[in-house]
Design a protein around this ligand. Structure first.
Ligand code: SF4
Ligand code: SF4
Length: 410
């Protein structure tokens, strides 16, 4: 489509990037059919094409309104529209450019600002999140109903093998995963240990930066990214083969480090290297598939139960790995149930479940119904945000698929 960006942004790097993205959109509307919020609300402005049009107007100089902000706030950033778009429109990047412009013009109420600031303080910092979670877990036995379901029970910590192999890979611990599901990375470490690879944690690395970055505190998000790069760099120089992600939300963010820090002379080169080294755990297992199958064949543990796999949006739309984990699991002998509408978001979407609870709960209800439809004995996924959110609405166990593989290997 034709564009005529306003002077305030036209000649900036963001303006040039937004212009190139907007010009790719031919307004065909194919994307609306796979947009979760359009499917729920049926309003063109709550679908990707409408939101692209709203952002175009603002970037061309039309003042943003509270209504513009509302339609952008309702977007999950799930990027399902990107997977559908035949023209390769990078909607997610456009939103990252458009949202701060709208927020700067419209502002936010004191309550909204405080809520967003509290989320940015509590979630990325394990030193804040972990004690808060423990407090909730202490009170859990005295709570009932929905409130009780929102607080996960205490998760047990499991053994992490000694790093004895010559082959070494880094793993990102992230912010909330060590408290909510410490077994995920430990399971990944045990599986890789059996494959002759030691998984190493670099202590100062933490939040990938996504929480701040997606809440429009982009400089703060970039600082988290720089801190992780500094933490990983000595290990990379020492020969770490990959930076393994067991949360696809973090993976999708780390994949962007190179692009987002490209204009930072001190970090551009390192960030590009880090993004190139980032691998979802499924990519590591896929490369060692034959050895995993041999190990599974010699395992004394037998499992015949069927599992429902929920592919997180960050895995299928962000990292563009649609169908890959499902294929790998089937090749390794897992019995997966058929899950309808697998392309749709579960409603977790970072902080969306807190900031847009009504829409988020509807998406969760639909997702649980879809996952239950094949009568699985457990639900497996690939991102801690989805895992925790799904667990609030089902009595079935929900876990990362690497935990299921670890259990089968014994
Ligand atoms: S984003 Fe893609 S699918 Fe959607 S209207 Fe534009 S060109 Fe069509
Ligand atoms: S990112 Fe998701 S919610 Fe947002 S417009 Fe695209 S499909 Fe819709």
């Amino acid at each position: 489509m034709e564009t005529n960006l306003a002077e305030f942004i036209k000649n900036t790097p963001e303006g040039r990037e937004a212009d190139a993205i907007l010009r790719k959109c031919v307004h065909c509307g194919f994307c609306t059919a796979t947009c979760p919020t359009y499917l729920l609300l049926g309003d063109e402005l709550d679908g990707p094409r409408g939101r692209i049009y709203l952002m175009k107007q603002v970037l061309e100089g039309k003042p943003a309104t509270v209504k513009t902000q509302l339609h952008l706030d309702r977007c999950l950033t799930c990027r399902s529209c990107e997977t559908t778009c035949p023209s390769g429109v990078e909607y997610g990047r456009l939103l990252e450019i458009g949202r701060p412009v709208v927020d700067a013009q419209v502002g936010r109420s004191a309550g909204e600002t405080a809520a967003r600031s509290a989320l940015r303080t509590a979630i990325p910092r394990a030193s804040v999140f972990s004690p808060l979670l423990k407090l909730g877990q202490f009170a859990r036995p005295f709570l009932f109903g929905a409130l009780k379901r929102k607080i996960p029970p205490l998760a047990r910590t499991t053994a992490w093998p000694v790093a004895a192999h010559a082959r070494k890979m880094l793993v990102l611990e992230g912010c909330v995963q060590p408290s909510l599901s410490p077994n995920t990375n430990a399971a990944a470490a045990r599986v890789l240990d059996k494959l002759g690879i030691s998984l190493v944690r670099a202590a100062p690395a933490g939040c990938c930066g996504a929480v701040s970055y997606h809440l429009n505190a982009q400089e703060e998000g970039l600082d988290y990214m720089r801190r992780n790069i500094d933490a990983w760099w000595p290990y990379i120089e020492a020969g770490a083969e990959a930076i393994v992600m067991t949360a696809s939300g973090c993976g999708a963010m780390v994949a962007e480090y190179g692009h987002l820090l490209a204009r930072d002379p001190a970090y551009a080169e390192k960030a590009a290297r880090v993004s190139a080294l980032m691998k979802d755990i499924s990519e590591i297992i896929a490369a060692e598939k034959d050895r995993v199958r041999t190990l599974l064949n010699s395992s004394l543990i037998t499992h015949h139960s069927s599992l429902a796999f929920h592919p997180p949006c960050t895995l299928q739309h962000g990292l563009k790995m649609k169908g890959q984990v499902e294929k790998l699991l089937i090749e390794m002998g897992f019995d997966l149930t058929r899950v309808p509408d697998a392309h749709l978001c579960c409603g977790s979407a970072g902080t969306y479940s807190i900031l847009q609870p009504a829409l988020s709960q509807q998406l969760l209800k639909n997702k649980i119904a879809a996952l239950n439809s094949g009568q699985p004995s457990a639900i497996i996924t690939a991102n801690i945000g989805c895992q925790s959110y799904l667990q609030t609405a089902t009595g079935l166990p929900v876990m990362h698929w690497i935990e299921a593989l670890d259990a089968r290997l014994g």
